[in-house]
Design a protein around this ligand. Structure first.
Ligand code: ADP
Ligand code: MG
Length: 560
């Protein structure tokens, strides 16, 4: 049996085009070939368990090898293998039919991301790093002979009778001169760690040496010997693939450490497990975060059938949950993703909404089950909840029942509770409720104390996003306004009908005015000499609420 043929592609040589566009992602060739090998291994296992394959399964592991001298990388599996006809069908036609489409669609494209997103590279990605690719394969159907396929990166291929003795497939890549970086142990190990760490079939990459105890010498000193072990790079049963009912808290904490070796223990987690209407598993951890959340981004890893895709989970995970840690696995998310693709994908939208709902349900459950412990965690959880309430209508609807406000006495209230708490005493002459808050309890202590003397309650709003949260509350709460405790003298903060006289005489006021105006720049602030009680602050310098907020917005560039 010998056959030569031409892959049906109109463009003479499509590889340069592919290389050009996929330059930055060359390393994914290994992900693609190893996951094909894993697929083939899973298939033979399934056929065996169905009784359709009656032979010896043997040791179904995938091996990755490289040879620096020969400049080859080999990916070997003991999966179902392929007959010559199957190669023609699956490699020449299917794998390459995508390529035809690719050239048609994208020969004039400018954005590489767009291409990766719409075009599954699969087997074909081998040519990003190889000048020649060989397939040596033998199908699990015994009567089939081994087959060999060779293609040198042009559109010509060759199929001949092969000499492979065992069932399975070897893919041999002859690495091109531009891709020599991949003929390196630590580079390959790094790629395997990144993409293949949780694949469901064992992947062996060379061997490692390990020092193990070996008795004692005659003086009783412990002895060690070096043993050579297979270097298995993956954990075939990552936690998220196990049923939640089989897992204990320790398991979740241990897995967290496996993912983020240097992080503090998380506060709690959510195990996602959905099969309908889309397939989604995963574990989301709530980390301890306070105000330093800039550094924490991109901690959620996205997988598709245990193959790592990306840690850019924008769109899959709602914006306000980007600070969470953990993994999400969905076969319904395409392997080759790009941002523009994700945004428009309907499964991605559903998954996003589902995650929002699950997080809200979990928070609600924690709040209901043990309010005290929930309050203790609020400093960390609060950021997520407030951010969610600011940015997502649906989440706001749910979160308004378990969002907490903290006052200057460190007491926590739900929104409903707080309204009841201040309503009797903090309404102005138009019957609006006034919430008084402090953004810096240390500096604003004198104002807080004065407010307390009036039996007013002061909220602590010193978090990074509290400014935005205040705006959101004001929009959502009916007939309620929020005023910063130092925005005016206390009796003007809540504008009541009954007016009281200042304790200062007019001459005293005039004298004080002269003194203070010399000392301060009156441009943005107001000098208040209408102190109502001698034990209160006799004179205050304030900035009106609206002016202060304008300044804050300008300083933040207008938004988050
Ligand atoms: P996909 O994996 O998305 O189907 P690929 O381009 O990666 O696309 O592979 C095309 C097809 O080639 C696979 O569907 C499979 O039928 C076949 N194939 C690739 N690699 C192997 C392998 N190692 N063993 C058996 N079949 C394989
Ligand atoms: Mg594939």
């Amino acid at each position: 049996m010998e056959e030569k043929g031409t892959i049906s592609i109109h463009t003479e040589n499509i590889f340069p085009i592919i290389k050009k566009f996929l330059y930055s992602d060359h390393e994914i060739f290994l992900r693609e070939l190893v996951s094909n090998a894993v697929d083939a291994s899973q298939k033979i296992k399934r056929l065996s368990s169905l009784g359709e394959f009656k032979g010896e399964l043997g040791d179904i592991r995938v091996e990755v090898e490289f040879d620096e001298k020969k400049k080859t990388i080999t990916i070997r599996d003991k999966g179902i293998g392929m007959s010559a006809d199957e190669i023609k069908k699956y490699i020449n036609q299917i794998a390459f039919s995508g390529a035809t489409e690719f050239v048609e669609k994208f020969k004039d494209a400018k954005d590489a991301n767009e291409i990766i997103g719409k075009f599954g590279l699969g087997f074909y990605s081998a040519f990003m790093v190889a000048s020649k690719v060989e397939i040596h394969t033998k199908s699990y159907r015994d009567e089939n002979e081994a087959a060999k396929w060779v293609c040198d990166g042009s559109t010509e291929f060759e199929i001949t009778k092969g000499d492979k003795k065992e069932r399975g497939t070897d893919i041999v890549l002859h690495i091109n001169d531009d891709s020599k970086e991949f003929l390196d142990r630590s580079r390959l190990q790094g790629i395997l760690d990144k993409y293949c760490k949780f694949l469901p079939v064992e992947i062996k990459f060379g061997t490692t040496e390990e020092s193990v105890p070996d008795g004692e010498d005659k003086d009783g000193n412990p002895q060690y010997k070096t043993v050579t072990k297979d270097n298995i790079i993956n954990n075939t049963k990552p936690l998220w693939s196990i049923a939640p009912s089989e897992l204990k808290d320790e398991d979740y904490l241990k897995f967290y450490k496996e993912l983020y070796p240097f992080s503090e223990d998380p506060l709690f987690w959510i195990h996602l497990n959905v099969d309908y209407p889309f397939n989604l598993t995963g574990i989301l951890y709530f980390p301890k975060v306070k105000n330093d959340f800039e550094v924490q981004k991109n901690k959620i890893q996205l997988y598709s059938r245990q193959v790592f895709i990306t840690d850019e989970v924008k769109d899959v995970v709602p914006e306000f949950l980007m600070l969470l840690h953990g993994v999400i696995d969905s076969p319904d998310i395409p392997l080759n993703v790009s941002r523009s693709f994700l945004q428009s994908d309907s499964n991605v939208k559903k998954i996003n909404a589902h995650i929002t709902k699950k997080v809200a349900d979990k928070l609600n459950e924690l709040f209901k089950k043990d309010r005290k412990s929930y309050e203790e965690k609020w400093d960390h959880i609060g950021i997520f909840v407030k951010y969610g309430m600011i940015s997502e209508e649906k989440f706001h609807e749910k979160a308004k029942d378990f969002a907490l406000l903290k006052n200057s006495e460190n007491k926590f209230f739900t929104l409903e509770e707080y309204k009841k708490h201040v309503e009797p005493n903090q309404t102005d002459k138009d019957k609006n409720i006034v919430y008084i808050y402090s953004t810096d309890p240390g500096k604003q202590d004198a104002y807080i104390q004065t407010a307390k003397k009036r039996s007013y309650d002061v909220l602590t709003m010193d978090g990074v996003i509290d400014n935005h949260f205040i705006n959101t509350l004001e929009q959502k709460l009916e007939k309620t306004s929020l005023k910063r405790v130092d925005a005016d003298i206390i009796d003007k903060l809540i504008d009541k009908d009954e007016k009281q006289e200042s304790v200062l005489s007019d001459t005293e006021k005039d004298k004080l005015k002269v003194v203070f105006e010399k000392a301060i720049d009156k441009k943005d602030v107001i000098l208040n000499l209408d102190s109502l009680a001698p034990d209160e602050l006799p004179v205050t310098v304030t900035m009106p609420e609206f002016m202060r907020r304008m300044k804050d917005m300008a300083a933040m560039g207008g938004g988050m």
